[in-house]
Design a protein around this ligand. Structure first.
Ligand SMILES: N[C@@H](CCC(=O)N[C@@H](CS)C(=O)NCC(=O)O)C(=O)O
Length: 200
């Protein structure tokens, strides 16, 4: 398998953590690309019409995207325990992954607005409202933090990648402030090799 990746992408990190936790990271060849919406990479776009990373090319030539599909696929490879809970927990975990991914979407859009869009076209109100999506999400997670587990699931992996992305790109915005429970959850969950091995 070949994974088009960039170490700065939180979505890439999520799928790489899943591969590490499943013990199949060594089956994946990493191909580094640097892309933005206005500077696509042909090697990605030729097999993934959306042109985004992560994109996973299977050995039979089929390409899988986006990150949720890739995580589901990797969870089906090998014999390690599934990272996707069953029963009702499945939906709380997928919901968690949806919140985490949406935080990453908002964070990446702010980044594109601030660093890719020409300065004269930048729209602060738009970026500020993207940031509010992140604030509302981490506030909701803090309020519900007693229900967060330390289980190694795709949802928890996604959340750790989203919070790490906030540290990576928006350290100056201090997301931990007033969110003690979420901060402790993150400190504990991120103390694992799969997290360390996938750092930007
Ligand atoms: N929903 C996608 C989001 C992936 C995504 O936004 N990737 C960014 C890098 S972090 C990208 O490839 N951006 C290039 C573009 O938007 O054209 C997923 O879960 O894989």
């Amino acid at each position: 398998m070949k994974l088009f990746f960039n170490p700065a992408s939180p979505f890439v990190r999520k799928v790489r953590m899943v591969a590490e936790e499943r013990g199949i990271a060594d089956q994946i060849e990493l191909v580094k690309v640097t892309i933005t919406p206005v500077s696509p990479d042909d090697s990605v776009s030729s097999s993934n019409p959306i042109g985004k990373i992560p994109s996973l090319q299977l050995d039979d030539g089929m390409s899988l995207f986006d990150s949720r599909v890739i995580c589901d696929y990797l969870d089906s490879v090998g014999s390690a325990d599934s990272l996707i809970p069953s029963g009702k927990s499945r939906w709380t975990d997928m919901r968690l992954q949806a919140i985490a991914d949406a935080m990453c979407d908002a964070g990446i859009l702010i980044r594109y607005e601030g660093f890719v869009r020409p300065e004269e076209y930048r729209w602060d109100e738009w970026s500020n409202n993207q940031w509010l999506k992140i604030v509302r999400s981490i506030d909701a997670l803090e309020a519900d933090a007693d229900n967060l587990s330390q289980d190694v699931t795709v949802g928890n992996i996604a959340l750790s990648c989203a919070l790490a992305y906030l540290d990576f790109r928006y350290d100056d915005r201090s997301w931990r402030s007033g969110r003690d429970k979420l901060s402790i959850w993150f400190k504990t969950f991120s103390d694992r090799d799969s997290f360390r091995n996938t750092a930007p």
